[in-house]
Design a protein around this ligand. Structure first.
Ligand SMILES: [Zn+2]
Length: 245
C-alpha cells in the first residue's frame, strides 16, 4: 500500500501516511482548489496521494508545497500537473541532488539493491519547485490563508505550512513522532528554539514529517527530550539512530 486513507484534522484539512517510512503528506480543500503539502517518497506515492484527494473532493488540485527537499517529501512531485511551491534553498538542493545522489545512475544502482521497489520508482523524474521564495510567505487561495514559515534547522530549506484558521501546522521533519529525528543535515542546537517557535503558533494538531499527528503536549514532550539530549555529555556517536528520510 502506497498511502493510508486520509485522516481529517479540521474542516477540509487532512493528512495521510505514505511509503514504508510513514512520510506524511497533507492537503487542504479551499473551495478554490486543493493545496497538497508534500508528495511522498516515490512517483507511485504521489499518484496515491492524488487518489486520496479525489476520494474526499472533486475539487482540482491547485498547488503542491514541499516542506523541504528530502526524497521522502518530494519524489512524488511528478504526479502533480500543478506548480510546486518551496523555499528557494529547496529548489537549489534538489537541483544539486539531481546531479549527484539522485542521478539516474545512483537511482538505478539503488534499485538494483532494492528490486522490490522498482515498480514504485518506475520513470522517476526529479521535479523541481516552479515557485521558490526566500524567507517566509503567504498563499491566499479561496478563503484560506496558508502561512509558509521558514524554520531551517532539520535542513536549511525546511519550512512549516501553517493554517491559522484551521489551527493545523504541517511541520515537515522539524517534528517527528514515534521515531528519532533525522539529524544528518541539521543543526541540533537550534532544534529546541525551532520547536519553541512552533509551540507559539496556535494549533490543535501539528503534523510531523513522519508518524502520527501530534497535539501540543506531544510537541512539548519532544522539546523536553531535545533539551535533555543537549545537556547529556557526548560519550558516543548517535549514528546508529540515523536513517535516511
Ligand atoms: Zn527530512
Amino acid at each position: 500500500m502506497n498511502c493510508s486513507e486520509p485522516i481529517g484534522l479540521a474542516e477540509n484539512v487532512y493528512y495521510l501516511q505514505t511509503g514504508p517510512n510513514h512520510a506524511n503528506a497533507g492537503f487542504v480543500v479551499t473551495g478554490d482548489g486543493v493545496v497538497v503539502v508534500d508528495t511522498g517518497p516515490s512517483p507511485a506515492c504521489g499518484e496515491a496521494i492524488k487518489e486520496a484527494v479525489a476520494s474526499v473532493t472533486s475539487e482540482p488540485i491547485a498547488y503542491v508545497i514541499n516542506t523541504h527537499f528530502h526524497s521522502s517529501h518530494s519524489f512524488g512531485n511528478q504526479a502533480f500537473d500543478v506548480p510546486v511551491i518551496a523555499h528557494a534553498e529547496c529548489r537549489a538542493q534538489m537541483e544539486r541532488a539531481r546531479d549527484d545522489e539522485w542521478s539516474q545512475a545512483s537511482v538505478t544502482g539503488w534499485l538494483q539493491e532494492n528490486p522490490d521497489r522498482a515498480e514504485e520508482y518506475k520513470n522517476l523524474e526529479i521535479t523541481l519547485p516552479a515557485i521558490a521564495f526566500s524567507g517566509s510567505g503567504f498563499l491566499h487561495i479561496g478563503d484560506t490563508m496558508v502561512n509558509l514559515i521558514h524554520l531551517g534547522n532539520h535542513t536549511p530549506d525546511s519550512i512549516a505550512v501553517f493554517l491559522p484558521e484551521q489551527q493545523v501546522v504541517f511541520a515537515g521533519d522539524n517534528l517527528f513522532n514515534g521515531r528519532h529525528p533525522f539529524l544528518r543535515h541539521a543543526n541540533a542546537s537550534q532544534w529546541v528554539e525551532v520547536i519553541r517557535k512552533l509551540e507559539k503558533s496556535r494549533f490543535e494538531y501539528a503534523v510531523p514529517g513522519h508518524g502520527r499527528a501530534m497535539e501540543a503536549k506531544d510537541v512539548h514532550n519532544l522539546r523536553v527530550y531535545f533539551e535533555s539530549l543537549l545537556k547529556t555529555p557526548r560519550r558516543r556517536s548517535a549514528s546508529h539512530l540515523i536513517a535516511q528520510v
